[in-house]
Write a protein that binds this ligand. Structure first.
Ligand SMILES: [Zn+2]
Ligand SMILES: [Zn+2]
Ligand SMILES: [Zn+2]
Ligand SMILES: [Zn+2]
Ligand SMILES: [Zn+2]
Ligand SMILES: [Zn+2]
Ligand SMILES: [Zn+2]
Length: 1754
């Protein structure tokens, strides 16, 4: 099909290109019927440009559209060349002072917590940085897309509405100037014409619903049979379903299907097939059939190609309009006018209306285009914003209903624009008064929740899935209501009052439907069968919480409104409880001579509901009334007399009793749903408008009635009336033993009731209840939270209720009550309660959960003990009640209360059986304490002539009345003081008695000053008390001492374990033995230590004993004994790499013999240092393997380690390992058989070795030459003169035991396998090279770490590192014994030839391209293979020394060639030292050999300095290497930190201090060598600037620099678009911390194939950047990601902290985040130490859920 169409497309292009914009515009200017003319133009051209086939060419389309379609419009509009015209418009424009920048997805937005009117007011980054708010408290979030910057909107900010940029214009703003005055009449007329036509065209075509027929004025003459099969997005089907279906339906590859699905998801639709009708119809039916099984099918339409073309152009047109109006505010106004102009069909017929009303029928892409246009036009024009708001409000109901039935997310719905409109205070107010918006929103909401029970209450019980879905969507209306209410009016008009109260009425109707919903009945006998649905009701309550609070806030602002609202609310409550006494027989209760009438109702038997929003709203309003003093000024206006206190308290009391009964275990059979409801009832998210208000309602009730009556009703509802009205209940019960459970239950109920009374009296911290302000309230909350334990900022925030602006008000008071403690390297910053605040602690604080209460009690008692105070926690002094609540305190001295107290004390004194409990007593004591505090306060604050009516002390001194004649409360307390079973409560009882006496004193001397009181108390302390105090003090001292010792011990223990984690249970012997000898041996300490060469310091042989961690057996390390091994982990590494673009392309062909100085692909070996027998390890590994196989069959689970790849966890420390290193003695000692005296110098040695090599090469050739050349063979043998003493036929015997040999091979093969990523092959000649390489690379990386941390080279290394390096070096040195001799010899020859050129070695790298340390290690470790056949008397040590000298000299030349370019111009005193002259001479020689290509240098000082600096890392590495190789202890000088130790290093390495001497001593041979090095073509190219070379010293690699402010990272990432899907914003932009690349992670678009598997961008990146290991920052999440291989990964805490020392993973809190350098360094250190993989392993072991994540898709 496509090929047939191709020529047509090309043919058409020419005719299109000939169409001139100017001419067309000219024609239009002349036209009489412009609309017809333009439509004809579009009808002809649009289908020719857009969508000419299956694959659209967006760029070509855009180009043509601009030329043929938009061009004429621009010409027409300007009346001249648009380039000129538009720039003129721009110049005359007075731009708006609004920023209006529309946010991209992921872009950072800022809201000022001090100045924003509400949290939806945000700034773009640019505006924010230029505003005053950057120094305020702000919140940073990332935009979900949509929405715009509010900079310049004076209504959005209390202060600083303009940033610097937008302020420039603000000075010129004259009130509401008409922007049209800047345009000429002509332009206005033409703009109006063209905008009207184009806007209407776009609206018409986008809302067009026919599939194969165009609007009549666009219909084409000839219509082709070309159709699109168009697939639409829905939120029902998953990506995978769509991809699968498409593959089936249109026969495409998975890749194509992914492409389709991605576009459908993004744009909302995509054509998946192009062709004739039949062809498309067929695809459609397959798709529909395939997706209709479970859910509704995917939406597919077969559309005629010309319709699609016009629609695409329609979208283009809207974007074009958006950009055109950017030139001038005048144009914008015209567009607004056009858009809002009513059409011929009257109401709702304007273009804007039409678009809004068909919103839910449009696809995503079309919606977002026109929403954007609305935002940049209607919402940017102050006049039209208002008109648009009215249109929006008028259509509100329709729009919301459309949205509720639509399935797209809210952000894609026009309904979402409500946030832009309703949050503007003036608009919201206008819409409330003029459009009755509040009522509309609430009514619309109610309309969507039609499911009610018989009483008209909401019922969610039997919701269908569809209803549940609708319920979820309709909740967004509550959000709208919140927006409308969020800014509170400062002035009230009568209109506003009326409309608000109308809205309030509607709101009460809504609450009425909630009052009593979801009632529960106690289940007895059987457990409930099905957990009833409870979440929906709570969701509703939770969402409404802020709205309810805001309604009250509004009421509080106007007394008239408050009074009206109060009346309305009361009326509705009365309606709700119309049936209050229905069917209930009234009963009369009586105790202590009081009697009251109430109804017979049992919570445990009848229905009870936790939802009482009407009662609670009334309680809230009552508090406001109390606060506003309306009640005292105009009591006649309030319906106080209509209040029936028993009715008010009834339902809240039932609810609280329900909680008590649940706690007492009476509702167990009702299941978890009830438990959950009660949890939320108290939870911080709900309690403000639930639990708190119930308490207030009871307080209101008590304050309005006789407290005795209240208590009696309460006793009755708690079903305890019987108990307290029966005089000898206690005795009766204790004699019966059958009712144990029931007694227990009643005890809990009594405890709960006492707790409730404590709360009613004690909770007076809400303004209006007590005489406090909002600050006191929040302070008290914080004090009680911090009494539990010190808390981090975020923890504290979570425990406090947030208001509608997401503020807790905490910041303003926290300083007053707490100290801040900064965080360390881990953990978070903490707030600690100030000690002076502890006295405000109330054990019965009503927001404590039970667990919190007991924790707080414990913590506070401990604190008191530490301060050596008595441990009583008496009630704190409370603020006075507000007058309306003042009478409440009398409950404490009411007869019934005293009866309850006396009864409980009586039970305690009798101390029999189960009738009383300690909690019960504790509560009674607390209540007595409260009463005493109250009385004391009254006495202290009493006015002259007043009499204090609170006489609790008198009442408790009186004995009980007949008939039981019990002793007085006071007497009982005195008795209990000595009761042995009340040890814990003694302090409290003593406190009560003390306070009682103090009050007595005050009463007695009521005229004297209260100072006497304190003295009096002290005097009161009897001698007995003193005695006791002394004993106590001593006991306390002893206890403290004990505690201190314990603490020290556990500290020591912890310290020990920390330090010796690796060492624990390990080979202490090994280290101890060595170090002991070193320390004591006089031989070693007195002389200069030399690590290599003939003069090497002899080290006495040490026997080493080690213990196997598996079988605990001890064994000596010996050449011939069973192998001992260390667990080890080999990994590829790019940590030292200087060239990240380089990686091994084809491992099978890769030759690792020479390491390039860029160190691009290294192999690192690490170990935890734990030692095992080789055979024990083998057994362990086999069992791990077997277990893993079984587990995989069973569970198909992953583990943190990959057994198939040889991975296992160290059996002791669980450190990830993948092989083992054998433990060996210094191998050199074994082969250094003889002690030679006469050794060759370097020149002689080189000559000898060269001869030997030559001999070998000839010999090798012989062997490889088949028999045919046998004759020549003979000649050659003659020719061949073996150097003296060289016996190439000699093959040394391997000294190692079989088991050691096996382990040598095992580790060698593992290094080869991992390092090259190939299949294991122990025969491969590259095995030994990889071993040497790993040894060299590991030493280099450790040297880097030490040097970066400024640690001396031989500072005591951690054991594990020390052990690892020793074993690794010795292993590498011994490995040749298990390799083929000739292979190793071959390697040696080649390595040697790179410095000493011989014949036969063609392709050797030039010395610029060799890492000299790798070369040194290779040469030294391969040398024994040659030396073992040399019987001429040259020792191994001599060879080592000469190799070392030779390589060092080569390195010096390398440095001189590459690293001595800087001369600084600073001339140091010329011609000074001998060394400087020598190095200058050497440089001159080089200059000469390079044909003067080398830059001239004159300062020997600089040269020397450069060489020394350049060679230092090499010398340090060499020292480590020879130290571990030969076991010569390090000189003590190098162990100290400080100077660079250059000389000590030289001595240790047997190198002259003036190393230029080396060249002078071996002048001749060096001359030849240097010449040959310099003549290499690569050196020439380098010197001529044709190539680069590494210079020395190589700098350390660092992780990239991160910005100080996290939001600049977010901004950077928001500008980043997916590299694969053409400019789309990436959803999970992720930053590689190693190289700084931004990646599009976790997304289909950027998956690539790696080793036959699809992997995400991050995993793919690790393979090139970190050879499998990666460190990333997920920018949107603010989370560090570690990856290793395809299956391993973990998240790590990010290096960004907020001001409270906390990280914000997921960016949920939005506090500004700043870089914490220490934490970032820690991550870098993990990387440098090659510990990322290990870290992942530990994280995965600790958290198994990490194992299940598909890391490779990130
Ligand atoms: Zn802005
Ligand atoms: Zn601005
Ligand atoms: Zn501010
Ligand atoms: Zn063992
Ligand atoms: Zn271990
Ligand atoms: Zn990278
Ligand atoms: Zn992508």
């Amino acid at each position: 099909m496509a090929s047939e169409l191709e020529p047509e497309v090309q043919g058409l292009d020419r005719s299109l290109l000939e169409c001139s914009a100017e001419e067309t515009a000219g024609k239009w200017l002349q036209a009489t019927d412009l609309t017809r003319e333009v439509n004809q133009h579009l009808a002809y051209y649009v289908p020719k440009i857009y969508c000419r086939g299956p694959n659209p060419f967006p760029q070509k389309e855009d180009m043509l559209a601009h030329q043929v379609l938009l061009g004429p419009m621009e010409w027409y509009l300007c009346g001249e060349d648009p380039e000129l015209g538009f720039s003129k418009l721009e110049q005359t424009n007075k731009p708006s002072h609004l920023c209006g920048r529309v946010f991209k997805v992921g872009e950072p937005t800022y809201s000022c917590r001090d100045c924003a009117v509400d949290p939806t007011c945000v700034l773009c980054m640019e505006c924010f940085l230029g505003s005053i708010h950057r120094d305020h408290r702000y919140r940073m979030t990332t935009s979900g897309g949509g929405g715009f910057c509010d900079c310049g909107d004076t209504e959005a900010w209390k202060e600083g509405p303009y940033c610097q940029k937008h302020e420039l214009n603000s000075s010129e703003i004259e009130e509401e100037e008409d922007p049209l005055v800047h345009l000429s009449e002509d332009v206005i007329a033409r703009t109006y014409n063209i905008f009207a036509i184009m806007f209407r065209y776009a609206v018409e075509i986008l809302t067009w619903e026919k599939e194969s027929e165009l609007p009549p004025d666009l219909e084409m003459v000839e219509k082709s049979d070309t159709y699109y099969c168009m697939l639409f997005n829905d939120e029902v089907h998953t990506y995978e379903q769509v991809i699968y279906t498409l593959q089936k339906a249109v026969n495409c590859t998975q890749k194509e299907a992914i492409g389709f699905a991605t576009t459908v998801d993004r744009d909302g639709r995509r054509s998946v097939r192009y062709g004739d009708f039949q062809y498309c119809e067929q695809a459609k039916s397959v798709i529909v059939r395939n997706t209709s099984r479970q859910t509704k099918p995917l939406k597919v339409q077969v559309m005629h190609s010309s319709i699609v073309a016009h629609q695409n152009f329609g979208l283009k047109l809207l974007s074009w309009l958006g950009s055109i109006i950017g030139y001038s505010d005048g144009l914008r106004r015209i567009l607004c006018q056009v858009g809002l102009q009513e059409g011929p069909n009257g109401e709702n017929s304007s273009l804007v209306d039409r678009l809004m009303l068909s919103d839910s029928k449009l696809w995503k892409g079309a919606r977002s285009v026109y929403h954007q246009l609305f935002m940049s036009s209607l919402l940017m024009d102050l006049k039209y914003k208002k008109l648009f708001a009215v249109r929006f409000a008028k259509n509100y109901e329709r729009l919301q209903s459309d949205y509720v039935t639509d399935d797209h997310d809210r952000e894609f719905s026009v309904a979402d624009l409500s946030v832009q409109i309703f949050t503007v205070p003036s608009l919201a107010r206008m819409l409330i008064t003029e459009e009755n918006l509040m009522t509309i929103i609430i009514k619309t909401f109610m309309d969507h929740l039609r499911h009610r029970d018989a009483q008209g209450r909401f019922q969610f019980e039997r919701y269908t899935a569809l209803q549940a879905f609708k319920f979820r969507r309709v909740q967004s209306l509550i959000l709208d209501l919140k927006y409308v209410l969020i800014s509170k009016p400062t002035e009230w008009s009568d209109d506003l009052r009326q409309k608000f109260l109308e809205g309030f009425d509607a709101f009460l109707e809504l609450l009425k439907c909630m009052q009593g919903m979801d009632p529960v009945t106690r289940q007895v006998g059987q457990h409930i069968e099905m957990e009833p649905e409870w979440e929906a009701a709570f969701t509703l309550q939770m969402k409404l919480t802020h709205v309810i609070s805001m309604m009250q806030d509004w009421c509080a602002l106007d007394e008239k409104v408050l009074i009206e609202a109060y009346k309305k609310c009361l009326a509705v409550l009365t309606q709700c409880h119309g049936g209050f006494t229905d069917g209930e027989q009234p009963v009369t209760l009586s105790i202590c001579g009081h009697s009251v009438e109430t109804i017979r109702y049992c919570v445990s038997k009848e229905k009870v509901s936790i939802h009482l929003p009407v009662s609670r709203l009334l309680a809230g309003l009552h508090v406001l009334v109390s606060k506003s003093e309306v009640a005292y000024k105009f009591p006649e206006l309030l319906p106080l007399s209509e209040l029936s206190p028993p009715m008010l308290i009834e339902h809240p009391l039932r609810c609280l009793v329900l909680c008590a009964q649940v706690h007492a275990g009476m509702w167990r059979r009702n299941g978890f749903s009830l438990v959950n409801q009660i949890y939320y009832y108290h939870n911080v998210k709900c309690r403000r408008e639930m639990f708190d208000k119930d308490i207030v309602m009871l307080q209101t009730g008590v304050s309005m009635m006789d407290p005795n009556h209240f208590l009696m009703i309460m006793l009755s509802r708690f079903e305890l009336h019987q108990i307290f009205s029966t005089p000898d209940y206690g005795k009766k019960i204790s004699s019966e033993t059958t009712h144990k459970d029931l007694v227990q239950q009643n005890n809990t109920l009594i405890e709960e009731m006492l707790y409730l009374i404590i709360m009613l009296v004690g909770e007076r911290f809400s303004p209006g209840v007590g005489q406090v302000n909002a600050t006191d309230e929040i302070k008290r909350e914080i004090i009680h939270q911090l009494s539990i334990k010190p808390m981090a900022h975020s923890e504290l925030v979570k425990s406090l209720p947030e208001d509608e602006n997401k503020e807790t008000g905490m910041e303003s008071v926290i300083e007053a009550v707490a100290h801040f403690k900064k965080p360390g390297l881990t953990g978070r910053g903490m707030y600690e309660l100030k000690p002076e605040c502890a006295k405000e602690f109330n054990l019965y604080f009503y927001h404590f959960s039970r667990a919190e209460q007991s924790k707080a009690e414990e913590a506070q008692r401990k604190l008191k003990r530490q301060n050596k105070e008595d441990t009583a926690l008496p009630p704190p002094v409370l603020p006075p009640f507000c007058p309306l609540f003042a009478s409440l305190v009398n409950i404490l001295q009411s007869d019934v209360m005293l009866l309850i107290m006396r009864t409980v004390l009586q039970w305690t004194v009798e101390h029999n059986g189960h009738v009383w409990s300690e909690s019960m007593l504790q509560r009674v004591l607390h209540l007595i304490g409260m009463a005493l505090q109250e009385e004391k306060q009254h006495l202290e604050n009493v006015m002259e002539e007043h009499v204090v009516t609170f006489t609790f002390t008198q009442k408790i001194s009186k004995p009980g009345e007949a008939p039981n004649n019990s002793p007085s409360i006071l007497a009982m307390l005195e008795t209990l003081q000595n009761a042995p079973y009340l040890e814990v409560h003694k302090d409290m009882i003593r406190w009560i008695l003390k306070t009682f006496n103090a009050i007595k004193k005050i009463r007695e001397s009521s005229s004297t000053s209260p100072v006497a009181e304190t003295e009096g108390t002290i005097m009161e302390e009897s001698s007995r008390d003193k005695d006791k105090a002394e004993r106590k003090r001593k006991a306390e001292i002893a206890r403290l001492r004990r505690e201190k010792i314990m603490a020290q011990m556990s500290e020591m223990q912890r310290h020990f374990i920390d330090e010796n984690k690796e060492l624990f249970q390990q080979t202490l012997e090994l280290d101890a033995s060595i170090s002991a000898v070193l320390d004591n041996s006089p031989m070693v300490s007195d002389m200069t230590l030399t690590a290599l060469g003939p003069a090497q310091t002899r080290v006495p042989e040490q026997r080493q004993f080690v213990t196997c961690i598996l079988c605990q057996e001890e064994q000596e390390v010996k050449v011939e004994s069973r192998a001992m091994v260390l667990a080890a982990f080999v990994q590829r590494s790019t940590v030292l790499s200087k060239n990240r673009s380089k990686f091994i392309q084809d491992p099978e062909k890769y030759d690792p013999l020479f390491m390039h100085p860029d160190l691009s692909c290294g192999t690192h070996t690490g170990s935890c240092g734990h030692i095992m027998h080789a055979h024990c390890w083998q057994r362990y590994f086999d069992s791990v393997q077997a277990k893993e196989q079984r587990r995989q069959q069973r569970l198909r689970l992953h583990t943190s380690y990959d057994v198939e790849n040889g991975e296992f966890l160290c059996p002791l420390c669980e450190c990830l390992s993948n092989t083992v290193i054998p433990l060996l003695l210094p191998p050199r000692n074994i082969f250094n058989r003889l002690h030679f005296s006469d050794q060759p110098n370097l020149t002689q040695w080189i000559r000898t070795i060269s001869q030997q090599i030559k001999a070998l090469q000839v010999l090798r050739k012989e062997e490889n030459t088949p028999n045919t050349a046998l004759s020549r063979n003979l000649e050659n043998v003659d020719e061949l003169q073996f150097p003296e003493g060289f016996r190439p036929d000699f093959h040394p015997k391997n000294p190692y035991s079989e088991s050691i040999k096996e382990m040598l091979t095992t580790f060698g093969t593992a290094t080869y396998k991992v390092g090259l990523k190939v299949h294991p092959n122990e025969e491969d000649p590259r095995v030994p090279i990889m071993c040497w390489g790993s040894c060299a690379y590991t030493i280099q990386s450790i040297e880097r770490i030490l040097s970066d941390e400024d640690k001396p080279l031989f500072s005591p290394l951690p054991c594990r590192l020390d052990d690892c390096l020793r074993s690794l070096t010795r292993f590498a040195a011994a490995h040749w014994t298990v390799a083929s001799l000739s292979v190793v010899q071959g390697h040696f020859c080649k390595l040697f030839a790179s410095l000493v050129p011989g014949d036969n070695h063609g392709d050797l790298p030039c010395i610029l391209d060799i890492d000299m340390f790798h070369l040194l290690v290779g040469l030294v470790l391969a040398f024994p293979a040659l030396q073992c056949q040399d019987f001429s008397g040259i020792s191994l040590g001599t060879g080592d020394l000469h190799i070392f000298h030779l390589v060092t000299m080569a390195h010096i030349i390398q440095i001189l060639l590459t690293s001595c370019t800087e001369e600084n111009g600073m001339d140091q005193e010329n011609a000074s030292g001998e060394e400087e002259l020598a190095v200058l001479a050497l440089y001159k020689t080089l200059h000469q050999y390079t044909g003067s290509a080398l830059k001239e240098m004159h300062s020997g000082w600089h040269l020397l300095r450069n060489v020394r600096a350049g060679i230092m890392p090499f010398l340090r590495c060499s020292a480590l290497f020879f130290h571990y190789l030969n076991g010569v202890p390090s000189p003590p000088e190098i162990q100290a930190s400080g100077t660079s130790h250059f000389e000590h290093l030289c001595n240790y390495l047997s190198l002259p201090n003036n190393f230029i001497c080396l060249f002078q001593e071996n002048k001749e041979i060096m001359k030849l060598l240097i010449e040959s090095w310099c003549h290499n073509i690569e050196v020439k190219r380098y010197l001529e600037g044709e190539r680069d070379a590494i210079s020395y010293p190589r700098g350390s690699n660092k992780l990239i620099d991160l910005p100080e402010d996290y939001s600049s990272l977010i901004n950077q990432a928001s500008n980043f678009s997916c590299p694969k899907s053409g400019g789309d914003k990436s959803r999970a932009p992720t930053l590689c911390l190693v190289c700084g690349t931004l990646l599009c992670s976790q997304s289909y678009c950027c998956q690539t194939e790696l080793e036959g598997e699809d992997v995400g961008a991050c995993t793919a990146h690790t393979y090139s950047c970190g050879s499998g290991v990666g460190i990333f920052l997920r920018v949107r999440e603010c989370q560090v990601l570690f990856l290793a291989g395809k299956t391993k990964g973990c998240f790590y805490s990010p290096p960004y902290l907020d001001d409270y020392g906390e990280t914000d993973q997921g960016l949920r809190r939005g506090n500004p985040l700043h870089l914490c350098r220490e934490r970032f360094k820690k991550i870098q250190k993990l990387w440098h130490q090659h510990s990322i993989t290990e870290e992942i392993g530990h994280a995965q072991e600790a958290n198994q859920t990490l194992v299940g994540i598909d890391w490779q898709h990130l």
